[in-house]
Each structure stands twice: as structure tokens, then as C-alpha cells.
Design a protein around this ligand. Sequence first.
Ligand code: UDP
Ligand code: MG
Length: 341
Amino acid sequence: PYRQYANVESAVKETSAKTSVAKALPLVSVIIPFLNEADVLAACHLRVCEALSKLKQHCEVIYIDDGSNDNSWELVSHFKHPLHQIRSLRLSRNFGKEAAMSAGMKVATGRCTILLDADLQDPPEYIPDMVQAWQDGAQVVEMQRRERHGESWAKRTTAHCFYRFMSKISDHPITENVGDFRLMDRKVVNVINTLPERTRFMKGLLAWPGFTRKILTFDRDPRLAGNTKWNYPKLIHLALEGITSFSTKPLRWATMAGLITSAIAFIMALVIFTKTLVWGNPVAGYPSTILIVLFLGGIQLLSIGVLGEYVGRLFIESKQRPLYVLMEDTMTKPTFKYSDS
Ligand code: UDP
Ligand code: MG
């Protein structure tokens, strides 16, 4: 006897969910990179596992220690849960959150993957809603911040301007106010894992594969404890990384600036030449000379700087160094099984 399905979509969904391969894989992999978060990790673990238990299926949590020098690793490497697999990776030093997330995505085995901050600014309580949106067909579920609690006016405005600028110059749109907190289907994670670049601007990389997306909004909480690991020099670095790794438009602008100044110089040469012919050459014009020299010098330095940013990144890419180095890798398996998984 054949089973009757309401429509093709539900047939595909149910049959693929029932194959033994799909059943053996965790439903969700939650990836949590952290750096010196000993104050919040225990609370984080509790809340994440609680949220996962609502899904009633076997899941996986991956912690990545990005070179902490407090006792975060001692804490995390002892985490376990009766129903979920807990894996902890330790990088050999601080490689940056981007590299830590990439390490997590490489080892994740879940049918979908969620990126989460350890400081609980991205509330784990949204995980069931995200998984629901994924089960309803979205391959990427982006979490958009409605309010940015606990962030200064200056940070909010600069972030807003940056998103505006990026979406102007980038070929693939980046949704404003969506951080790393998001869910991605296995297919999307597989694509991201094949992207080889070393300068990893995650917001751009994560948006690059495309796929069907859904945006959910949430209120971002203030940090539970500890301090932000970001400062303005780091943010400027991140912004430059984003711009240079996703667009060559600044190079185009440098060319345009060169063209425009050359055109202006040509017109001025004609004007000055005729003026000298008609009225002779009384020595004057020191201010205009110095102005033009400084202006051209400025544009040249700026253009060389822009060029240098790209050449520097070529240099780093050409070395082909690994993104991160793993020092330790521990895993605790669940002791119980969900009856239906
Ligand atoms: N983080 C990391 N490596 C770093 C910096 C930060 O793994 O080099 C982690 C950090 O522990 C936290 C998350 O990335 O879990 C977000 O960092 P943070 O809260 O400092 O940034 P903010 O939320 O202020 O943007
Ligand atoms: Mg934070």
C-alpha cells in the first residue's frame, strides 16, 4: 500500500527526513565562538541546551575557544548534555571570530547550522522559531536586530552608515542590521566551506551563496557580563576588509579621480597659456600653485593607498596559510536517545 501525501512538497520533506542518513545526523548544529567568556559560558550552555530540548531531536553544540587566556576552556571542555552532542574545539591562539566560526562550520554535521555569540546577546530562545522557519522552506534564516540595546549612539550610527555604504558598493546585497546570528541549511554551509579566502568578511561571505532567505526580527540584549572584544581600530579594520574583499569599486574611483583631475589640468593649462599670451606674465599665483600641488599630491597618495590595500590582500591570499590552527578537539556524546530520532 502506498502512503498518500497531500502534495509533492510534503512528500519530499517527509521521505527525506525519514531516510536513515538524515536521521543519524543532528537536526541542528549550534556554533558558539568565544574569547575569554568564562563569566557567561555556563549560563550560555544552559540556555542553549534548554532551547534545543524544545526541538525534541538530537542536536549538536560546537564551542570554539578562540585563544582564551582565562579558564573558559576548562569550563567548556567539561560541558556535556544527556541528549545532545557537545563538541569543543580549541584554536592554538586568537585567530579572530571569523576564523573561529569557519572552524565551527567545517566540523558541523547538523542538517542546519546556527551561529550564536557566547555573550548571550543573541538570545538562544529564538532557536525553535528559526528552525521552524527553516522547516517551512527557508534555507537561510537571518535574524535582524530591531533594537540595539546597550550600544552607544556613535556605534549605531557608524554601523548604519557602513551597511549603507556596503550595500551601495557590493554586488550582492547585505541585509542591514543582520549580524552573524543566523540559521543556514547544510547546502549553504557546504558552499561557504568551499570559499577559500583568508580575509574573511563574514557578513559578505555568508550572504554570497544566496539561496532562499527569510528575515526574522529580534531585540538584541545587552551583553550578560564581561566586555565587548571590539574597539574602533578593530571595527575600521573590519570595514576595510569588507570593502576590499567584496568590491573593486574603490580602484575604479581612484581611476575616475585621476581622469577628472587630468581633465581639469588640461583646461587650466589652456586658460593659463592664453592668459600669458594676452596679458604677459606678471609673477603671481603662489596660492593657486601650492593648492594644486597639494591637491594632486593628496589624490595620488590616496590612490596609492587604495591600491596598496588590494595588493596587501593579494599578498596575504597568495601565502595560502591555513585560516586557523586546531590545538584540541573534545567531544561528549549524548547518553540518551530521543525515541523518534
Ligand atoms: N569573539 C571571538 N574572537 C574574537 C573576538 C570575539 O571568538 O577575537 C567572540 C566573543 O567571545 C563573543 C562574540 O565573538 O562570543 C562576539 O564578540 P563581542 O560580544 O565582543 O562583540 P559585540 O557583540 O560587542 O559586537
Ligand atoms: Mg557581544
